[in-house]
Design a binder for this molecule. Sequence first.
Ligand code: TPP
Length: 94
Amino acid sequence: MEFGYSCMGFDIPSAIGLSMACLDAGEIYVMIGDGNYLLANSELLTAVQECIKITVILIENEGFQSIHSRQMATTGTGFGKECCVGGQTFAAID
Ligand SMILES: Cc1ncc(C[n+]2csc(CCOP(=O)(O)OP(=O)(O)O)c2C)c(N)n1
């Protein structure tokens, strides 16, 4: 699915919408980053409640890395973009 004009949190709800609007859509896959996933993972409950099957392919790279790399390129330092506590990155998020 396309990325909804770059709006994070769009992907899982839109997959649910696709399934409801297009009954012959077949298998539906959502491929998202871990940061994007954190914005709308609660919609997985909606999918379960509505008996909608979607497959989420999660790209785990420990944070908002596309933003982090831009910060590093422009300022040479990063802030608030990596999932870590005390310098330690998280283990698997789910
Ligand atoms: C609602 C919303 N907030 C903020 C942004 C800005 N933004 C673009 S990419 C990005 C980081 C995405 O992180 P992730 O999904 O983990 O992918 P990665 O950059 O690590 O590949 C952010 C915060 C956005 N596109 N949409």
